[in-house]
Design a protein around this ligand. Structure first.
Ligand code: ADP
Length: 169
């Protein structure tokens, strides 16, 4: 398996399987927290069938926001983006699953909420790129990198959801 993937082993009466899973970093941005959308956003990933492995409410320091978004450093909106992400608490989440990174991006929708499809989080809940309520990693490599940035060791839990045999054959 590639370094950004891990193999998870599931041993349950109905199912014995080795799955190559990805980790993705999902974050409810400060506007999502202020607007009371935390439960709604968590719920979309939970209902889809991904596994929650990390979760916390967190006031992000400026340095961490800058490190997280370092690829966008040269963009004109970078200072405003850092101001936005540090303007109030965020909800940090780590989710795991087969194909979780690309699937989470689909659930989130396009960066500009006016272009995001109805049914996606941004398509249903937001109207502007600068207030697009949620973040999701754009590659398995970045998923690993971002979970490492936002979570300390010991804050990520590995566990076996009992629903697993009902999620896949
Ligand atoms: P995504 O979050 O969909 O992966 P990007 O990586 O391109 O999108 O940008 C990261 C975040 O930066 C966006 O989610 C948004 O909050 C902000 N952003 C991107 N483009 C703009 C813009 N033109 N004006 C203001 N904020 C922007």
């Amino acid at each position: 398996p590639k370094k950004s993937h891990k193999t998870t082993h599931i041993f349950l009466p109905h199912l014995v399987a080795s799955l190559e899973v990805e980790q993705t970093y999902i974050m409810v941005k400060p506007d999502g927290v202020q607007r009371g959308l935390v439960g709604e956003i968590i719920s979309r990933f939970e209902k889809k069938g991904f596994k929650l492995t990390g979760l916390k409410l967190f006031q992000c320091p400026k340095e961490l926001a800058e490190e997280h978004y370092k690829d966008l450093q040269s963009k004109p909106f970078f200072p405003k983006l850092i101001q936005y992400i540090t303007s109030g608490p965020v909800v940090c989440m780590a989710w795991e699953g087969v194909g979780a990174v690309a699937s989470a991006r689909k659930l989130i929708g396009a960066t500009n909420p006016l272009q995001a499809e109805p049914g996606t989080i941004r398509g249903d809940l937001a109207v502007q790129t600068g207030r697009n309520v949620v973040h999701g990693s754009d590659s398995p490599e970045n998923g690993k990198r971002e979970i490492g940035l936002w979570f300390k060791e010991g804050e990520i839990c590995d566990w076996i959801p009992v629903q697993e045999p009902w999620l896949r054959e």
